[in-house]
Unconditional design. Structure first.
Lengths: 261, 261
């Protein structure tokens, strides 16, 4: 099942996506809901960020090749994480499918994409086990963890390197039926494939993270966990279009502009 | 003016606090509101976390003596921050005035308080200037940034050292009329004063942070910015009560238990 959040006459509404048809619902997939009688065309609909998370989690360094690439870029020795310590991103930076990534005027040219699988939590949970962890997952969407590498290196936190407004595209929708082992993440810059990787080849998988996190943290419906990206990443510049496709989910596509251009 | 959030017949409601009288309102102080005709006794009211922030910011290292103390504890060379790089905490960890800080069974004895001024944002804003930054502040409350020091040292992120469920007491209410330079933060453990410091003696002040943050980030009504703590901090153990008082705001008081005791 495919869940979108759409602009319905100026207000946000959840909706079921079936092929090219969008069916608004009353209520929320995280609570109770029922289909309305409306039928919209996907092409005519303004998609919103598929969920505004109560807490926005991100794994960060979670694919071996990427850890080495980033370490080189920020001038550190590469060090594979030895435990599934989750990190955080911020809601101010979220934008939806099709919305514009705006590079601040004072950013360097080192503004790069990171294509990521996003886990969406479906129920309040704590102390998950390896056996029941996936039962807490509502579905999956796609995230682009846009990063300004010089700020990532110079700053004490990732406040502007990762959380500048518009730096967290997420969407286009949430897919509830997926086999993680089958998925491929493909990244295209201006229509050209620049990288692809098996989505589930993570250092710590979804179950590892959810079990570890819920030893100390309660997860809530709508919380998201971004699972990290693989490989090297390239600069994006004014006028570019960046696409992250995950097979079985769809494609998250966003144009890029630089402020003041 | 003093704004609380209370449990009103099982649902959260904002309320004005006048002395020992609590007056529930319809609506929200961050939007439009009006007083109801109800009058409650402060002692009879269950206070909730005064605001659930869209984004939960925290300055971290922002008082000179504390930077030295923490560096020693985690085995690093003390290094004063050179720019106002904001960090993050997580909503799962929030508890209200009077609620219980629960130390996980596997935590060490190094679980410590940090008494902090909390800035509550009143309006959507970006690109604040030194002249208008304080106009974006709705008011101030108190936070206790409870921290497990061994996890803070061992983990790649602060997910469990700082964001374990119940590790972020905030309250008791929001005070809108304050002169920051007049404030004193006093910390009491089991009724005994263990530390006090001038609240506004920060490395980077409220204006510094808000101006810097809003170069890249949009702030939203209800966002909170925890401003850090000063000095050394002590362990809290099962059966303790920790209080953080800021003159002009009030006292945030929470009992401490250890899981399984």
């Amino acid at each position: 099942m495919r869940w979108a959040r759409i602009d319905l006459n100026g207000a946000p509404s959840y909706a079921v996506v079936e092929g090219e048809t969008v069916i608004p619902v009353r209520g929320s997939p995280f609570d109770s809901w029922e289909r309305t009688s409306q039928r919209l065309e996907l092409n005519d609909v303004k998609l919103l960020v598929p969920v505004v998370p109560p807490t926005f989690y991100a794994a960060g360094m979670n694919y071996a090749e990427h850890v080495k690439e980033v370490a080189e870029k920020v001038g550190m020795t590469p060090k594979l994480p030895t435990q599934a310590d989750i990190g955080y991103r911020a809601n101010n930076a979220l934008i939806a499918q099709g919305e514009t990534i705006v590079i601040p005027a004072d950013a360097t040219e080192q503004v790069q994409y990171e294509g990521e699988l996003v886990v969406v939590i479906g129920r309040r949970c704590k102390h998950l086990t390896r056996e029941n962890a996936l039962s807490a997952v509502f579905g999956y969407t796609i995230g682009n963890d846009v990063s300004e590498r010089t700020w990532q290196k110079s700053d004490r936190t990732m406040w502007r390197s990762k959380n500048t407004d518009t730096f967290k595209p997420m969407g286009p929708w949430i897919e509830t039926d997926l086999k993680l082992d089958d998925l491929i993440t493909t990244i295209r810059l201006n229509g050209e494939k620049v990288f692809a990787f098996p989505t589930n080849h993570m250092i710590f998988g979804v179950v590892d993270y959810l079990v570890k996190m819920t030893t100390c943290l309660t997860l809530y419906p709508g919380d998201v966990v971004w699972m990290g990206t693989e490989g090297a990443t390239l600069n994006m510049k004014h006028g570019d279009r960046i696409e992250v496709e995950i097979s079985g989910i769809g494609t998250l596509s966003n144009p890029v502009v630089r402020e003041g251009m």
